[in-house]
Design a protein around this ligand. Structure first.
Ligand SMILES: [Zn+2]
Length: 418
């Protein structure tokens, strides 16, 4: 039998980076993600999951029927993504296992790349443990190859042991890192009553709250005239842009907020005297405050149009995704199942906190598939200091095995056929 470590290292070495520059309709964004998909299908076949397949959009699906007598248990979905983040290269990843003895970790002697314990104080907790690290030149892709390894390993162990379980549905998606992982997900044929993405961090931490999110595209029309004869005539779009931004609460930006605090985030600003363009993203966990924020930015538009004439400022507001908790609050059984499985797997005090972002799971939740997020054990995602403790990977496998055991599922009352 494989170990979760062998499995993870095998997956991590496969170059499967997604590309945000590929037009949104092209799924997957990179053909190389098929390399990961095909390997997974082959491995699933090898462990006895004969119906595993990859579709033309690079989504891998598989179902494991319930063992006899357990057909009425809810069908549990397990989801992880196959792509790695484009922020740092995922080509030629050379994972190495390092026994952590405290202090700094030299990842690459030759290039003098060192992971400093002062920068990553949580390392201290893994003293005496084995960590899977990079060679300092790439990311590791524990986000989310660790999630894939944990799921496949748990399935292999489950099928080898022959213990009872309900129906399991597996889904491995492309393009999560560029925000498109749910775009072509076939919720209906997936066949689960609810699911979990295995795409979190610290092994004692799970998540079921995300932001509500909107984008605002703001266009400002100025009027250009020679500055020498501009008195009472010129409307400088650049100055109006600054005035517009000053109407938004100055302390409600990403750099001043944390926890459940929402924000307005100016992501783009360019223009000349005649024309200026601004882009904002608007985020809040509370639906009420999210709506208020959209009203505030619209008020700013009205204000400037009152001061400088109608049609000076145009705004296009677009909702992007919503907090999964709005739906999950009515099926907290699913969330509690995650917590109970973690405790049975040896995590003494599972913790949770609101995600300051979105996940594919939040879009899936709104597509009818409730989908909280489970941990993978990985740290420092999207960077060269990414690592995952071996012990955490093993705990991840245990969590999945507990999650799908009849023992816990029998006490889960939520069942929804999508
Ligand atoms: Zn991820």
């Amino acid at each position: 039998m494989n170990t979760v470590v062998d499995r993870f290292i095998r997956y991590a070495k496969i170059y499967s980076e997604s590309d945000p520059h590929t037009p949104a309709g092209t799924i997957p964004s990179t053909d190389r993600q098929f390399d990961m998909a095909r390997l997974l299908v082959e491995e699933l076949h090898n462990i006895g999951v004969d119906n595993a397949f990859v579709d033309e959009k690079c989504y891998v699906y598989a179902q494991i029927p319930a063992t006899a007598g357990y057909e009425l248990l809810p069908a549990v979905g397990l989801i992880a993504h196959m792509d790695t983040a484009p922020d740092v290269t995922g080509k030629d990843i050379k994972p190495q296992i390092i026994r952590y003895e405290g202090g700094n970790i030299v990842l690459n002697q030759e290039k003098n790349i060192v992971m400093e314990s002062a920068l990553f104080p949580e390392l201290e907790r893994f003293k005496g443990q084995e960590l899977i690290c990079t060679d300092g030149t790439t990311l590791l892709g524990a986000d989310d190859k660790a999630g894939i390894a944990i799921i496949v390993q748990a399935v292999e162990e489950l099928l080898t042991d022959g213990g009872p379980h309900g129906k399991l549905c597996l889904g491995f998606t492309p393009d999560e890192e560029i925000g498109r992982g749910a775009d072509a997900f076939d919720v209906k044929n997936f066949g689960a009553d609810f699911a979990f993405t295995v795409d979190g961090g610290d092994i004692s931490h799970y998540e079921y709250e995300t932001f509500n999110a909107a984008s605002a595209s703001v266009d400002i029309n100025g009027f250009s005239i020679h500055p020498g004869s501009a008195k009472d005539k010129m409307k400088n779009a650049l100055l109006l842009a600054m005035e517009f931004n000053a109407l938004l609460p100055a302390m409600e930006t990403p750099s001043h907020t944390e926890g459940y605090e929402g924000f307005f985030h100016l992501t783009e600003l360019h223009g000349q005297v005649e024309q200026a363009h601004m882009n904002y993203i608007i985020r809040d966990h509370s639906m009420e405050r999210f709506q208020q924020r959209k009203a505030v930015i619209q008020k700013a538009v009205q204000q400037l149009n009152l001061r400088y004439g109608p049609d000076t400022v145009h705004i296009e507001l677009k909702d992007q995704y919503y907090n999964m908790y709005e739906i999950l609050k009515d099926c907290m059984d699913v969330v509690h199942l995650a917590e109970k499985a973690m405790m049975k797997a040896g995590v003494n005090t599972p913790t949770h906190s609101p995600i300051r972002g979105g996940t594919d799971g939040c879009r899936l939740t709104y597509m009818g598939l409730p989908c909280p997020n489970l941990p993978t054990g990985g740290y420092n995602a999207h960077g060269r200091f990414e690592y995952v403790p071996v012990e955490s990977l093993k705990t991840g496998v245990k969590i999945i095995r507990e999650l799908v055991s009849p023992d816990l599922l029998e006490r889960t009352h939520f069942k929804k056929t999508v």
